[in-house]
Design a protein around this ligand. Structure first.
Ligand code: GDP
Length: 425
């Protein structure tokens, strides 16, 4: 049984927490896209963690964690994250890295930084982790696969020379930066080889065997539908697909085996980086929601940047769930809204004077304005409640209003940041 946990909107929906809660029932947890630019917050009995690249199953001894072939694999961050878990008393996790995953090189990080500086005010708000240059190189066929680390020296140098022939034109002419040297790249690759050799595995065969044996496999997405390069707010998107369907590609699992797609929707909206955000709010209204949001405020788990805030956008969330092929919604951070007398919700958009209820491509989205409806608040703390019937009536009405508009069963309602703060319906 393969299940995916993915985001409906801009990311930061609370996927880490839901994955951590679901992981207990899994044998394998897989990261299949993105890289260490992610930040999944997990709070459990070891403490509070922001996982960047490691799958969220690392806290369980019975789970095999897989870094799939679709991931932008940063060796340095991987090693750093593993040791930081060990330093905080987490038992050594079981992790394997696909031999077909590709490696984020230091020059990708440098290129990301140079490009953001070149774009200046038009920058993408990149986390400068090298993700965009990494995926560009992957599809330009000048990336290094983990398996390349085990090639012989001559073969590797030949590949490095080919890659640098292209990279150095860019570094010299576009960015006016020092050229890369083949020996430096080779030495770095050898350093990586030594660090990750114990983790490298044929994860394609591992996962196919696990599927055949009926194991429970959890695919863990990064970001959300609106950051998908095809269906998101292009060009302010990430560089790998954020959709559950991509799990088939980024992990190497038959697509028809993904039976359940839990799509995480937040009870309000937040986004990081630039890009369209129709239900965005500003000023003191936004500051208050940001301060109260999530666990200790809505600030980037990787960058610490204040997140942009907005009301629940049912147009974007419905579209995001469709793009994911959601079979179930996990509705998170409901508890945060308990301070509001009334809660505005974006129910449709106004585009050139007309009401629309679909999510248009970016060129039209830019001109959309939110049409809000206001629901009554419940004005109390709902943390600690474990049964849906015990939620205040207005909180239930809020959940059911969103559920009806999105058209997917809300099977999970999350009312607190900790692992066990969930209500199953
Ligand atoms: P992810 O990238 O989708 O995993 O989301 P993040 O970890 O970046 O952001 C979600 C934030 O909300 C984190 O601080 C979580 O601890 C927190 N969180 C998740 N679910 C809930 C919830 O139901 N209530 C509250 N108050 N916080 C939550």
């Amino acid at each position: 049984m393969v299940k995916a946990i993915v985001g409906a909107c801009w990311g930061d929906e609370g996927k880490g927490k839901i994955t951590d809660a679901e992981a207990a029932r899994s044998d394998i947890v897989v990261r299949f896209q993105g890289g260490s630019n992610a930040g999944h917050t997990i709070i459990n009995h070891y403490g509070k963690f922001a996982l960047h690249q490691l799958p969220s199953g690392v806290f369980y001894d019975h789970i095999t964690n897989v870094i799939g072939n679709g991931v932008a694999f940063s060796v340095e961050n991987f090693i750093k994250e593993i040791s930081s878990l060990e330093e905080r008393g987490v038992p050594k996790p079981h992790i394997v890295v696909s031999d077909r995953a590709q490696i984020v090189m230091p020059y990708h990080v440098a290129q990301d930084t140079y490009e953001e500086a070149r774009l200046s005010s038009k920058s993408f708000g990149s986390t400068k982790s090298g993700i965009a240059p990494f995926y560009s190189d992957k599809y330009a066929k000048i990336g290094f696969q983990v398996s390349d680390l085990f090639s012989d020296k001559e073969e590797l140098y030949e590949k490095i020379d080919h890659v640098l022939g292209i990279k150095n034109v860019l570094f010299r002419e576009l960015y006016h930066q020092p050229e890369l040297k083949a020996d430096d790249v080779y030495n770095k690759l050898m350093e990586y080889k030594e660090a990750i050799a114990p983790y490298v595995a044929d994860t394609f065969t591992l996962l196919h065997t696990a599927v055949k044996e009926g194991k429970n496999i959890l695919l863990e997405g990064q970001l959300g539908s609106l950051k998908d390069p095809d269906f998101g707010i292009y060009p302010m998107v990430t560089s790998s697909s954020t959709l559950a369907g991509y799990g088939a590609v980024g992990a190497g699992i038959p697509p028809y085996e993904i039976k359940e797609v839990i799509t995480v929707v937040k009870a309000y909206s937040s986004a990081v980086g630039a890009g369209e955000f129709v239900s965005e709010i500003f000023g003191s209204e936004a500051d208050e929601l940001r301060r109260r949001g999530g666990d200790g405020g809505e600030f980037g788990a990787t960058t610490g940047r204040p997140r942009r805030m907005g009301w629940l956008d049912l147009v974007a969330s419905r579209y995001g769930c469709q793009a994911q092929g959601a079979t179930c919604v996990a509705f998170t951070v409901l508890d945060v809204l308990g301070y509001l007398d009334e809660i505005p919700v974006c129910v449709a958009y106004e585009l050139d004077g007309k009401r629309i209820d679909y999510f248009p491509p970016t060129s039209q989205l830019k001109r959309c304005k939110p049409i809000l409806e206001v629901l009554p608040g419940w004005k109390c703390d709902i943390r600690g409640i474990r049964r849906y019937e015990d939620l205040p009536e207005n909180a239930r009405k809020y959940v059911e209003f969103a559920e009806k508009a999105i058209g997917v069963h809300f099977g999970i309602v999350s009312n607190g940041p900790a692992r066990d703060e969930v209500i199953y319906r």
